[in-house]
Design a protein around this ligand. Structure first.
Ligand SMILES: [Zn+2]
Length: 374
């Protein structure tokens, strides 16, 4: 068992006592099970880790599973998405997507959307997952006064396992004022502020020059006619707007150079890597080792079923390790557990210890040697 508690060593022949997803005790079997009278399930020769945190998903797109077009860049993918039926999926589809997450070890989720927040929160709650469900600010029109809709705030109360927050879509799609308002709402709620950032070259080109394929797609539709490109990289622009800080989760960060990585590290912002979504859309590969070397805390997310085949976070690990075979195992495990838990401000996520609220996951056999060395 890897408890991932600070300073803790792996425990051989371990046992976990749990009720629902709450861990009541964890440690050596002979001590944990002493006097225990409940049912015991033997996991056999397995490595147990804390339940995983999927740091970026859009469950409201779960009905688009299997429909994503062939990789052709972000503008082409976005044009495809705009043409889809974006009516919120029925509860049965949401339940199936959440069940897939739970069955593959995910115990907590940071989900982003704008059309189905209360239904998504309810589905996560029904399955017993912990979550932050974020209402995404989008567009240049003055945003809603309260960035977190009342219905979502009611469905995801601040003291429950499923909580609500706001988020920002992206620098190219949403006004600085709306992004700042969402960021401020997150601070009020002590929640991280999620922002898609530096996902693709088209974003970098639009911010640098005002042109490119994304400008052609968004002009007159999302982008204001008087849009003035800042002439900076996406990361530099986010920094200039005051959107980066220790409570920021920048999602993707595929297009970043050394100066951008230094800015991110200096701000304390975390980055959520979504390697399979990036591959499916065809935007390139985030330089995870360089981000890690720069000191940027990393998380992992599946992104949505509109740009991924499934919601199995272990498959994100496989994709990351396929791209970067030498990426260190402790950094992978931290990205799945302790780093997003810290970002969420929920110390009872991310480790296997009495009082932990995320249950446990079993390390898949094919990843066992790579992630534990045993
Ligand atoms: Zn996303």
């Amino acid at each position: 068992m890897l408890s991932l508690r600070p300073g803790a060593s792996p425990v051989d022949d371990a046992a976990i006592v749990y009720s629902g997803r709450r861990i009541l005790d964890a440690g050596p079997r002979r001590t944990v099970l002493r006097g225990f009278a409940g049912p015991v399930a033997d996991c056999g020769d397995a490595v147990l880790v804390p339940g995983l945190v999927n740091a970026h998903s859009h469950l409201e797109l779960a009905h688009l599973r299997g429909r994503a077009p062939a990789p052709a860049g972000f503008a082409a993918w976005a044009a495809w998405l705009i043409g889809q039926d974006l009516t919120p999926p029925p509860d049965a589809v949401l339940d199936a997507a959440v069940a897939e997450m739970a069955a593959t070890g995910t115990a907590a989720v940071i989900d982003v959307g704008s059309r189905a927040g209360p239904a998504v929160a309810a589905a996560l709650d029904r399955a017993g997952l912990a979550a932050l469900v974020c209402h995404e600010a989008f567009g240049w029109k003055p945003g809603r006064k309260n960035p977190v809709p009342e219905a979502l705030a009611v469905a995801a109360p601040a003291d429950g396992p499923v909580r609500a927050a706001a988020s920002g879509h992206a620098l190219y799609s949403t006004s600085p004022e709306n992004l700042r308002r969402a960021r401020d709402a997150c601070r009020d709620r002590r929640a991280p502020f999620c922002l898609h950032l530096a996902e693709h070259d088209a974003e970098a080109e639009l911010l640098a020059t005002g042109g490119g394929p994304l400008a052609a797609l968004l002009a007159g539709r999302v982008l204001p006619r008087n849009y003035a490109p800042p002439g900076r990289s996406p990361v530099a622009e986010a920094d200039a707007l005051g959107l980066l800080g220790p409570d920021t989760l920048a999602v993707h960060v595929v297009c970043a150079d050394a100066a951008d990585r230094r800015l991110l590290a200096a701000s304390g912002a975390s980055v959520c890597l979504c390697p399979r979504s990036n591959a499916r859309i065809g935007v390139g590969v985030a330089d995870a080792p360089a981000l890690l070397a720069a000191g940027v805390p990393l998380c992992l997310g599946t992104d949505s079923l509109a740009s991924n085949n499934d919601l199995d976070l272990w498959n994100e690990v496989r994709a990351l390790l396929a791209a970067f075979p030498d990426f260190p195992a402790p950094a992978v495990l931290a990205a799945l557990t302790t780093t997003p838990a810290r970002l969420l401000g929920r110390t009872r996520l991310g480790c296997l210890a009495p009082g932990s609220e995320v249950g446990f996951a079993v390390l898949p056999p094919d990843l066992r040697e790579r992630l534990t060395g045993s």
